[in-house]
Design a protein around this ligand. Sequence first.
Ligand SMILES: Nc1ncnc2c1ncn2[C@@H]1O[C@H](COP(=O)(O)OP(=O)(O)OP(=O)(O)O)[C@@H](O)[C@H]1O
Ligand SMILES: [Mg+2]
Length: 284
Amino acid sequence: MFERVKEFSGHSGCRLFLYMSGSSYFVRKMSGHESYNQRLKKQLIKQKHFCLPMVKTPRIFGYGEEGGLFYFDMEYVQGVTLANAMRRIQVNEIEHLVELLLQSIPISQARYHVNTDAIFRRKILRISRNIGVNWEIARESLAILDGYDFSKVPLSFCCGDLTLENIILSPSGQIYLIDLLDSFFNSWMMDVAKLLQDLELGWSYRHERRNFNINLRLDTAKAILLSRLLAFSNGGEYIENIYMLLLLNVLRIIPYIKDEATRQFVDGALLNVIRKIHELKKEL
Ligand SMILES: Nc1ncnc2c1ncn2[C@@H]1O[C@H](COP(=O)(O)OP(=O)(O)OP(=O)(O)O)[C@@H](O)[C@H]1O
Ligand SMILES: [Mg+2]
């Protein structure tokens, strides 16, 4: 027998419950709607086969269906999300965490594919249909993406939604990745772009007023991440690709905007990323 202890606050299509079974805990992730079942099944498979060095994902205990809704049960990780840990983490610990994440990202296994640019062209076309003609900065972003060659974005394993809210830090310093998804294009660069969506743009903090403490930590993590990437022989090219992916990802948020904070986030983020892309062009 087991008993429901509490519900976690989730963000999108799922509900998360903490259960107690005897003296131990487990987490049940349940689809919020039948239409989400398929996506959650894919997440379960990805989590079950997850294998990256240095980082873990919660172990899967089982799965099933309740009232037509798919769920799976997994290990409960006692810890805090990195989004929360960033509020008070020692600045010198940040370097270690960024290293762990970078060592886990399969940069060297990545390979190029002849269809890559075509896949991005189709995606950009689909995004452009969702953007109002009056949103100047969004149209400018699309024009930049239209003129960019994405063929050097490599295919590789990709966590799919590597925001700081989907990274749990255990008290022993172990990193757990959750919410594993497939992206329309799986590449480690997508994961780094998602990280920058938080480190550079503050996505996970958009509903609050950011203070000096959090800005300092996000900036430090970003600077370390970028300097490590720049140390690769193709580092400049990596970074340019990653900022283009970041621009694309911010545009992908547009159809889901439901509140003013998110609309303002998108507006400011597009401006920020475009500025950064122009700076990179000057440096190259
Ligand atoms: N295995 C786990 N152990 C401890 N806490 C967890 C675990 N899984 C999820 N959580 C907590 O629940 C929160 C939401 O989980 P998750 O990211 O999987 O849901 P979500 O963002 O709503 O997912 P989705 O985008 O798939 O709907 C996490 O930020 C974390 O705080
Ligand atoms: Mg999540």
